[in-house]
Design a protein around this ligand. Structure first.
Ligand code: BES
Ligand code: MN
Ligand code: ZN
Length: 497
């Protein structure tokens, strides 16, 4: 584990493998520490800049050696991109890019000077560097006999403590808590499905609740049947793994104040069921519990941050398998709220388990529901892999989530909910069917879920296209991204007393 600490040394006496400075693209003049060091080093940095060896482009990392009279082994100039496009997510990206590059040359200790602190403030700068570091140095190597590991043992923040060390330390702690929660979500989603069964997921959730001292209930198959959750039972029926209905409760303010509710889709493997998926990339469906992972990770962080809110997190967890007892197209199941659903396609299982989770949430009395789900392949057709889709029945709620996403660097775009789509999922034999045809697949999926929310303010995040990535880029690593953890934490802050 990489250590992160505040370092109060003087810049000229700083003993480190590398001191990192940030420069913007197309700046006429350096400021602050860069300007100061440029002068001391007889315009070395500015001449590299004017000769275009350094351009300041986002992600660019230039390593310079051998400065006389300077105890840092290397000076690292990190490109910050265009100043008009600068925000705290740029800092995360820069921090991750620099550390991965320096990790590639086996450095052990890296010191960051404040990046963009004039624009963001010193605390935001510190928090974002820490988040970029913890996210960027994430690896999932537990099944490698010879893990490559990470050479960087310590990341220091240099020149941050002159203001108020306690506040900087608090920013560092917050950044760590948040990024470690994202990494927890990534770990859960990267884990193969034979290791991350519904039972294992419920045990991990139990460990977290015990450690952070909040409440948890894990309902088993019998309880689920007794609740009348026919939709969840239907999905689970094709698997030998037993379903678990996981309910986590955190009270950070007066218990009488009705809690927020985050629900995460918890399909630990989605084979499609009898409507079997094609073989190609089916392995990625071990990550079909990414929504569940992200809301479990979010409540862990919210508890660690001691936010003054009340929150219930619900994860309906099951496999979707085509066993001999599996549900079949044409079957009719009855959800907890009495709604009859015709199973048109067993691969549209997410909306089924969410229907029961939302029905349950309504019975315990929650103020707002946000569900996070890898729901539809169609969301990728609509938005590509840069934005998650959001849908809802309450403008203020959807706007607040989109805004929260902007603050933390997670992009979310709203798609419509409209009664004109209702007919697409009307059934001949039951109240609804679980598919809505080819057109607007993400919208009909969302609206199906919305039918169970009724009058309660509800929003649905479709993270199917953004929950995993195919390449290492900035602070993301190939595999699970942990998307929505940061947005949900930020959103929760809106309800602090
Ligand atoms: N888990 C999938 C959605 C998905 C697809 C997630 C690709 C991540 C990457 C979901 O359960 C599913 O299979 N949805 C179907 C719905 C259809 C049958 C109405 C889909 O998108 O094809
Ligand atoms: Mn499916
Ligand atoms: Zn699925």
């Amino acid at each position: 584990m990489t250590q992160i600490k505040i370092n109060k040394s003087d810049v000229f006496e700083l003993k480190t493998d590398a001191l990192v400075l940030g420069v913007f693209e197309k700046t006429e003049k350096f400021t602050g520490l860069v300007q100061q060091l440029d002068e001391v080093f007889q315009n070395k940095i500015s001449s590299l800049y004017s000769e275009n060896e350094i351009r300041g482009k986002l992600g660019e990392v230039t390593i310079i050696h051998n400065f006389v009279g300077f105890s840092a082994e290397r000076l690292v100039i990190a490109g910050l991109g265009k100043i008009e496009e600068f925000d705290s997510d740029v800092v995360r990206k820069v921090s991750a890019s620099v550390l991965n590059r320096l990790n590639g040359i086996n450095l052990k200790q890296v010191s960051f000077s404040p990046i963009g602190s004039d624009l963001l403030g010193i605390f935001n700068s510190a928090k974002s560097i820490v988040e970029g570091a913890v996210l960027g140095l994430y690896r999932f190597e537990k099944y490698k006999s010879k893990p490559a590991g990470v050479s960087i043992k310590s990341v220091d923040l240099m020149g941050f403590a002159s203001v108020n060390e306690d506040q900087v330390q608090d920013a560092v702690n917050q950044g760590k808590i948040i990024a470690e929660a994202v990494n927890l979500s990534r770990d859960l989603s990267n884990e193969p499905s034979n290791k991350m069964t519904p039972s294992v997921l419920s045990e991990i959730a139990t460990d977290i609740a015990n450690k952070e001292d909040f409440e948890i209930e894990v309902f088993d198959e019998k309880d689920i049947s007794n609740f009348g959750m026919g939709a969840l039972i239907g999905v689970a029926s094709g698997s030998v793994e037993k379903p678990k209905f996981i309910v986590l409760k955190y009270f950070g303010k007066d218990k009488k104040s009705s809690p927020l509710c985050f629900i995460g889709k918890g399909i630990t493997f989605d084979s499609g069921g009898i409507s079997l998926k094609p073989a190609q990339n089916m392995g990625d469906m071990k990550g079909d519990m990414a929504g569940g992972a992200s809301v479990i990770a979010a409540i862990q962080a919210i508890a660690k941050l001691k936010l003054k809110i009340n929150l219930v997190v619900i994860v309906p967890a099951t496999e979707n398998m085509p066993g001999g007892s599996a549900q079949k197209p044409g079957d009719v199941v009855t959800a907890m709220n009495g709604t009859n659903i015709e199973i048109d396609n067993t691969d549209a299982e997410g909306r089924l388990v969410l229907a029961d989770a939302i029905s349950y949430a309504r019975t315990i009395g929650v103020s707002k529901i946000v569900d996070v789900a890898t729901l539809t392949g169609a969301i990728r057709v609509a938005l590509g892999t840069n934005y998650a889709g959001i849908f809802g029945n309450n403008d203020e709620l959807t706007k607040n989530i989109i805004e929260s996403g902007k603050i933390v660097g997670e992009k979310i775009w709203e798609l419509p909910v409209d009664h004109d789509y209702d007919h697409q999922y009307k059934s001949q034999v039951a109240d609804f069917k679980n598919t809505g045809g080819r057109d607007a697949g993400s919208i009909t999926g969302a609206q199906f879920i919305g039918e169970f929310a009724g009058e309660i303010p509800w929003a649905h995040l479709d993270i199917a296209a953004i929950s995993r990535t195919n390449s290492d880029k900035f602070y993301n690593r190939k595999g699970a991204t942990g998307f929505a953890v940061r947005t949900m934490i930020q959103f929760a802050r809106l309800f602090e007393i």
